[in-house]
Ligand binder design. Structure first.
Ligand code: NIG
Ligand code: FE
Length: 381
């Protein structure tokens, strides 16, 4: 048994109903799990000691939505958008070409670099989607490599219809539901579909998600990013874990979400990098919708690996309170991944812990772009 005491914590954010936000606190973790929380003056002895120096300590961020395995970039797309072109799904095929041509070694190295960025920004749990292979071999290859880095792997063969099937979309859907799913399923926990303008319809998405469910994959969905395209209703109908983007959501769709267990995962970085209008998170919180935020890290719509930056946008432009944004990026992400062991620092939780160079978590929104992540502790699984 090995124990570590973190003491002199100015502000401890636990996301745990018993402990809430504590000042003057200390915490002990033993063999990778939180084992004691209390006043720093009452802290028990431990094998090792970390001094938080009066700073804030928070749970590691849980990034429930990333497209972080790919090759190449889409700087051209970004520059075009900054010059006034609207974001559309068409650019995905550019990344598909680069990804198909990349070796396993290159993909692994590139993904490893992005994950180092995630960790440096305090992200301790992350999901990774496929979706830039769109053929049997490459989709399986992407998921196999992704699984070397995380348990939260998602098959997104239904990202868009690849160019070679542009005249035959029903054949592509059959491929996704059949042999591509068979090849991907051993390496995936989740299945996702981009249900939106220029991608897949709700009926197509339903077929694909149900085929995935038969193979034991749990469902999540891209919905309502580019318009009111029926994704939210489908996610609720199929009781998916999460419906992601939700940029366009009517009041009645939010009511439906609020009465379901589906998490609405908002992706502030996508609106930021595509210069699109932000949804107003007050509409979601006022109705009691479960909300997560995630980076959406991908080369097309949000080449972003910093959760603190996403928190800052959520607060500044989407009207989250700092506390709502912190909870959405930790506990919210955990709920979107149906995980109870991360996203909080209650007794028994994984000791995934971030020490901040700031006296309170609000500084994450107050000081965007500053390096406030002082130390990141990731429990050995
Ligand atoms: O979540 N919306 C679909 N997929 C990504 C964008 C992918 C891309 O443009 O490469 C997203 O924003
Ligand atoms: Fe996405």
């Amino acid at each position: 048994m090995s124990s570590t005491l973190i003491t002199n914590i100015g502000q401890l954010v636990t996301n745990d109903p018993e402990f809430g936000i504590k000042s003057g606190a200390a915490l002990v973790y033993t063999d990778g799990k939180i084992s004691w929380i209390g006043d720093k003056s009452k802290a028990p002895a431990a094998d090792e000691r970390i001094d938080a120096d009066g700073g804030s300590v928070i749970p590691g961020f849980v990034d429930s939505h990333t497209h972080s395995i790919f090759a190449g970039d889409r700087l051209n797309d970004f520059l075009a958008r900054m010059a006034g072109t609207k974001y559309a799904s068409g650019g995905i095929n550019q990344t598909v070409s680069a990804t198909r041509a990349a070796s396993d070694e290159l993909l692994r190295k590139h993904l490893g670099n992005i994950i180092t960025e995630f960790t440096d920004h305090g992200i301790t749990t992350f999901e990774i989607k496929s979706g830039y292979g769109l053929d049997i071999e490459t989709e399986a290859r992407l998921l196999k490599i992704a699984q070397e880095f995380t348990d939260e792997t998602t098959f997104l063969g239904a990202h868009v219809v690849p160019n070679e099937y542009s005249e035959n979309r029903s054949a592509y859907i059959d491929l996704v539901k059949g042999p591509m799913l068979d090849a991907a399923a051993p390496f995936a926990k989740w299945i996702d579909v981009f249900c939106d303008t220029g991608a897949f319809t709700p009926d197509e998405a339903r077929e694909i998600l149900l085929a995935g469910k038969e193979k034991g994959l749990r469902g999540r969905l891209h919905g309502n990013q580019l318009g009111d395209t029926g994704g939210i209703e489908l996610a609720v109908d199929l009781s998916l874990a999460s419906v992601d983007h939700c940029t366009y959501a009517t009041d009645s769709q939010l009511e439906t979400l609020a009465h379901s267990s589906v998490v609405a995962t908002l992706l502030p970085g996508a609106e930021f990098s595509t210069r699109s209008s932000y949804p107003d998170a007050r509409r979601y919180f006022d109705r009691g919708v479960n909300v997560a935020i995630a980076t959406d890290c991908n080369p097309g719509s949000a080449y972003i690996s910093s959760m603190p930056f996403v928190i800052a946008i959520a607060v500044r432009d989407m009207f989250f309170t700092p506390e709502q944004a912190l909870v959405a990026s930790t506990l919210g992400g955990a709920q979107a991944l149906q995980r109870s062991d991360v996203g909080h620092l209650g007794i028994g939780a994984r000791a995934d812990i971030v020490l901040l160079n700031a006296p309170s978590f609000e500084y994450l929104a107050y000081r965007p772009g500053s390096q406030l992540i002082k130390q990141v502790l990731v429990a050995n699984p």
